[in-house]
Design a protein around this ligand. Structure first.
Ligand SMILES: C[S@@+](CC[C@H](N)C(=O)[O-])C[C@H]1O[C@@H](n2cnc3c(N)ncnc32)[C@H](O)[C@@H]1O
Length: 252
């Protein structure tokens, strides 16, 4: 396992971040100020949120978005709220962490888009099936906890769930279930990085009957390491829409 992909490193980052943010506070990303609640993934501590905005074309004040969008794992709500501010007609923002759901609702109110951002607490798609079984989305997106922790790893607290996925169990369910929530012509997206284990993810996708292709990538200097962040599209295997770029052989 490379140093940057070591889950113990990610857990140390989680602990350090959680200890630094023990009271409600604010941070700035782009030209906007955002609320941050304790125990919620802090975009100020990682380049991941900013990079996700770039990969989705939501960075900058002139960004435009259509929708409807389902954001899985919304955290502070920066991506969900930015999509709404960019014109996305309807955004549903889901997180397993109740504090993240509250945090997203706060930021939707702060930025005047509470009427277009609906928050739902739940484990991946499980609550949606109960509260909006017939909704379908033009885009479903998850900036995931892409660092692989060993199968059977037990989370010490909810904050760690933002950083690591035990045995890629959550990724497996996301890949298997995400396409169900797409409107015709919609796209299922995953923000992944070289901190994750792409070879294992591709195996899991194959086992679920899913194909992954890369829609774009951004390389970010994280401390002394270069980390490649990528936007992957998930399709039903054998049913891949044209012109996405397959994940290169050498990264498998
Ligand atoms: C890397 S953070 C991204 C947060 C936010 N989207 C951002 O970019 O700042 C991953 C998020 O996924 C959430 N998450 C992890 N496992 C989940 C699950 N099984 N169901 C729903 N959300 C989950 C975490 O709580 C966390 O908020």
């Amino acid at each position: 396992m490379s140093e940057i992909a070591d889950y113990r490193r990610s857990l140390a980052r989680s602990l350090a971040s959680a200890q630094r943010h023990t009271v409600p506070s604010t941070f700035t990303l782009g030209s906007r100020t955002w609320d941050l609640l304790p125990q919620v993934f802090a975009p100020s501590e990682s380049p991941s949120t900013r990079t996700a905005l770039e990969l989705l074309g939501l960075a900058g004040d002139g960004a435009r978005a259509g929708g409807p969008l389902l954001e899985m794992g919304c955290g502070t709500g920066v991506i969900a709220v930015s999509a709404a501010l960019a014109g996305c007609e309807r955004v549903v923002a889901v997180d397993i962490n109740p504090a993240a759901v509250r945090n997203t609702a706060m930021n939707a109110r702060r930025h005047g888009v509470a009427d277009r951002v609906r928050t739902v607490q739940g484990d991946l798609f499980s609550s949606l099936a109960a509260v909006m079984p017939d909704e379908r989305f033009a885009q479903v997106f998850w900036s995931s906890n892409y660092v692989l922790a060993p199968e059977g790893f037990e989370y010490r607290d909810i904050h760690q769930r933002a950083y690591v996925d035990s045995g890629y169990a959550a990724h497996r369910r996301y890949l298997a279930e995400v396409t169900h929530w797409l409107a015709p012509g919609g796209s299922a997206l995953l923000h992944f990085s070289t901190r994750g284990d792409l070879a294992t993810l591709l195996n899991v996708a194959g086992e679920c009957g899913r194909a992954l292709s890369s829609l774009g990538s951004v390389t970010v200097q994280e401390g002394e390491h270069e980390v490649e962040h990528m936007l992957l599209e998930v399709t039903v295997a054998g049913n891949r829409p044209a012109p996405a770029r397959a994940v290169p052989e050498e990264r498998r």
